[in-house]
Write a protein that binds this ligand. Structure first.
Ligand SMILES: NCc1cc(CSc2ccccc2)c2nc(N)[nH]c(=O)c2c1
Ligand SMILES: [Zn+2]
Length: 373
């Protein structure tokens, strides 16, 4: 165990890297996938079940938790780790992204964002300083700078103006975060799909200095091809010796493509949200369990999967409980999907460590081309 935050690169294969983030609450092997526990829970999962899938870090949401039950109440109750019974590392987002996508009556100024709660209409203000205070009260191990993610498509001038505001907010986040041994502050690169703006953002963040760097403002509807064209250069603009976190990504093939381009950490609601809508990710593609063709199928979702759903239940059963709206349906499919994502990350880490990422990619693509799932 360590009382500080550090990142150690272990091996590279092309632009891809594998390493370890050490924190006082445990280590995170990278590339890492981080399940999202928005309101203090990964939906349909117990924390011990999330740990059993192989997850070594969870995400929490400043926006949701500040509204309900409030950061002050969680602090009084011992912090988010105690509150949600997850004692490994937690990363929390800074809240700005969710405000712009969920809250109503939003007013954006240099100071921050004034908004009304989507829960009860109460008035709130988020600033870099308030976001740092909330994330400190929650006790998160990795804190995200307060940023603004512009809705795309947007004129380049608007993207530039938004990115520069985010850089001023990054500076204020750094000042407000202070010196907190064992805790990390990550800056967030913005700049849309314009390389010059991305480079300006990276330079601004490096001048401020962060423990890690996120690529924000992607996977906001631009499509995979455009996202990859930005990822062909954006991670390389960030310090090589710090973790690189791609926010809110993605489907399995997004993840493999991002790791190939030098990304170390990713998060996405997809595996858990899809689990609740009856979609199961497998090596050979997505199984929609609600499809009638599974009604009499005695096979597991994936013969090669060791998760509780695949060890003990048939597709016929999963089809039945999904169709019946039974709670166990969300439990089993979410568990399977999170297990699949962690297996994918373990496979990527091993392939990079052994210099065989190209072969991994070939196997990954070939399995998905087999069809008949
Ligand atoms: N992929 C879109 C996306 C998603 C998130 C949310 S990632 C997240 C979600 C829940 C909990 C923790 C992190 C973002 N967060 C910030 N701060 N900035 C962005 O540009 C951005 C872009
Ligand atoms: Zn499974």
């Amino acid at each position: 165990m360590t009382d500080c935050f550090s990142f150690t690169l272990r091996a590279t294969d092309g632009k891809a890297r594998t390493g370890v983030i050490a924190t006082p609450r445990g280590e995170i092997r990278t590339p890492a996938f981080m399940p999202v526990g928005t309101a203090g829970t990964v939906k349909a999962m117990l924390p011990e079940s999330v740990a059993e899938t192989g997850a070594e870090i969870l995400l929490g949401n400043t926006y949701h938790l500040m509204l309900r039950p409030t950061a002050e109440r969680i602090d009084r109750l011992g912090g988010l780790h105690r509150f949600m019974n997850w004692h490994r590392p937690i990363l929390t987002d800074s809240g700005g992204f969710q405000v712009m996508s969920l809250a109503s009556l939003r007013k954006l100024t240099e100071e921050g964002v004034r908004f009304s709660s989507h829960i009860d209409g109460s008035k709130h203000m988020l600033t870099p300083e308030r976001s740092m205070e909330i994330q400190r009260l929650l006790g998160s191990d990795i804190v995200m700078a307060f940023d603004e993610c512009p809705a795309l498509p947007a004129p380049v001038a608007k993207v530039a103006e938004s990115m520069r505001l985010s850089m001023r907010w990054a500076d204020r986040s750094r000042d407000a975060f202070g010196d907190r041994p064992g805790h990390a502050l990550f800056g967030i690169m913005q700049g849309g799909v314009t390389e010059e703006l991305r480079a300006e953002s990276a330079a601004a963040l490096k001048a401020i200095g962060f423990d890690g760097y996120a690529v924000g403002g992607l996977a906001v509807g631009e499509g995979q091809e455009t996202m990859f064209s930005v990822l062909d250069y954006a991670p390389g603009l960030l310090p090589e010796d710090r973790p690189r976190y791609l926010m809110g990504v993605g489907k399995p093939d997004d993840i493999v493509g991002a790791v190939e381009r030098g990304v170390d950490m990713m998060d996405c609601v997809l595996p858990s949200r899809s689990g609740r809508t009856g979609q199961a990710f497998t090596r050979r593609g997505v199984v929609n369990i609600k499809n009638a063709r599974h009604m009499d199928d005695p096979r597991p979702l994936d013969e090669d999967c060791a998760c509780p759903a695949c060890r003990s239940y048939s597709r016929a059963y999963l089809h039945h409980v999904f169709r019946s709206g039974e709670i166990i349906s969300s439990m089993l499919l979410t568990w399977h999907n999170l297990h699949y994502y962690q297996e994918l990350m373990a496979g990527l880490r091993g392939a990079i460590a052994e210099g065989r990422l190209a072969a991994f990619r070939r196997d990954f693509d070939a399995a998905r081309a087999e069809g008949d799932i």
